[in-house]
Design a protein around this ligand. Sequence first.
Ligand SMILES: NC(=O)c1ccc[n+]([C@@H]2O[C@H](COP(=O)([O-])OP(=O)(O)OC[C@H]3O[C@@H](n4cnc5c(N)ncnc54)[C@H](OP(=O)(O)O)[C@@H]3O)[C@@H](O)[C@H]2O)c1
Length: 354
Amino acid sequence: MKRGKSASSVKRPVAARRAPPAGRDAFRADAGRYGRTVYRACGRSGLKLPPVSLGLWHNFGDVDRAADGRRLVLRAFDLGVTHFDLANNYGPPPGSAERNFGRILKADLASHRDELIVSTKAGYRMWPGPYGEWGSRKYLLSSLDRSLERLGLECVDIFYSHRYDPETPLEETASALVQAVRSGKALYAGISNYPPGPTEAIASMMRSEGVRLLIHQMKYSMFVREPESGLFATLESGGIGGIAFSPLAQGLLTDRYRSGIPPDSRAAKPHGFLQGSEITAERLGTIGALNAVAQRRGQTLAQMAIAWVLRQPAVTSALIGASRVEQLESNLKAIEHPAFGEEELAEIDAILGS
Ligand SMILES: NC(=O)c1ccc[n+]([C@@H]2O[C@H](COP(=O)([O-])OP(=O)(O)OC[C@H]3O[C@@H](n4cnc5c(N)ncnc54)[C@H](OP(=O)(O)O)[C@@H]3O)[C@@H](O)[C@H]2O)c1
């Protein structure tokens, strides 16, 4: 097996321990934070992830209140959430979520860096011209450098190719991910939104270069079930972990829209990716029927939606978003009631028409 500079020989990020800015309380992590959660192995790897991870796609840009983002991240950490997911383009503006998270890391979590799994990705448009998106070596490795600058880190824990690029030879993307790991700028590599065939192929290319494809990040929820037809089987047979993004369908699988579109919700925000047009009367009927099942289980709809994605053996972690601490606190209770009976699953399938 060829080996380059090992990650452990590269200087790990040690952000300076500093006093918090005036007017801000120093963060003291809850000593009981690891008592609530059973961490799950990410595929056939030594890395364990929390069952629920926090994504910073929305609510952490420069358009959002920094104090709210800080509260969310620190509360999540106190509740045992060790994994925070970013991408180069999260904001808006693109890059601002990494910069804002970097500030929290430096000011509050510097002494906990080794307890955190920080991931970032490159794949979508980040700068103009032919090298600002997709899967070339030129784009991926330049983008990783820029992400590290914004985050104020010398390495991330997971670096992803954010989307499958049909125009770049897969070998090139594979070797860029391998290089990211060999250089010590990422401890592990992952892919996101890849179909099953290219997933299997890139995993095998990386394996032949001595680097494991750790994880696949896929869209999966009661409303988006494509990974069930092929991808999950590929992940399980390849020992690749899975992390399901948008398990709440961006808030649809919660109480958020059951009586209209609240003005502070994602669907109401000009930069929110959830379109008001997705909230149809038919959808609301389905959501109401699912809510009745959740109530019978003694859960909120959001808790049931998270437990439902975690029932898949291929899913290591459910990657949620949150705009406020109360959502996060409530959603994390999903793990208190994870099991589904056959009849419950059949009823959910019937409601979903699948
Ligand atoms: N790889 C990719 O291509 C990709 C794509 C998309 C996302 N992701 C990752 O996945 C992460 C999660 O995505 P997501 O934010 O769409 O996930 P999600 O968990 O499906 O939706 C999160 C939103 O649901 C609402 N919500 C959450 N809990 C709630 C509760 N208890 N009650 C009422 N509303 C609640 C909030 O909306 P409000 O803001 O309206 O309160 C929150 O912002 C992202 O941050 C990102 O890291 C990856």
